[in-house]
Write a protein that binds this ligand. Structure first.
Ligand code: ZN
Length: 175
């Protein structure tokens, strides 16, 4: 009888160890953890990410690829501006500058022309009062993103590199 009991316990133990090798899901655990991690990252990104993203480009012929943009009031929007040209930054640099509603592109552009030290973003009171947001001044192949949350209105935009505002301009309509 004792031998038999021992044998049964022995069999039971080996079954248990077989069961834990096959059925405990050890091999699955890393997969489940990885999936959970990805979900967490996605959730965090969704929370931090702006609701909308707009991409606009500027080129060597002084043109934005869009002259009219539409945004939703109060909604965080990421604007990515790309300089898709090949000419050097000193000759054909571009930026994306958003002015407050009612601002005069001509006045801002003229003030910007004498602000080379600050990459054509005027620092005087008049210029600052008109400025809503801007990207960096970009050389060929460069890009920069800004996130803006605007109230309803019509916001003029331009490239403030000297002379470019005559052609590189448009309006962001926020409603
Ligand atoms: Zn430009």
């Amino acid at each position: 009888m004792k031998f038999t009991v021992t044998s049964i316990i022995g069999i039971a133990l080996s079954l248990t160890s077989v069961a834990s090798a096959c059925g405990c899901g050890c091999k699955d655990h890393p997969k489940k953890d990885a999936a959970a991690e990805v979900k967490t990252e996605e959730a965090a990104e969704a929370e931090a990410a702006p609701a909308k993203e707009i991409v606009i480009t500027g080129n060597d012929t002084m043109q934005f690829d869009q002259a009219a943009l539409e945004l939703t009031a109060g909604e965080a929007t990421k604007i990515t501006f790309k300089n898709v040209g090949n000419l050097p930054k000193a000759a054909m640099g571009h930026n994306f500058v958003i002015l407050k509603p009612g601002s005069d592109i001509l006045k801002f552009g003229m003030a910007a022309a004498s602000a080379a030290a600050t990459e054509y973003i005027p620092q005087d009171e008049a210029g600052t009062a008109m400025l809503e947001a801007h990207t960096k001044l970009l050389g060929p192949g460069e890009e920069d993103s800004i996130v803006v949350t605007l109230e309803a209105g019509e916001y003029p935009f331009l490239c403030s590199f000297p002379g470019h505002y005559a052609m590189m301009k448009g309006v962001i309509t926020v409603k």
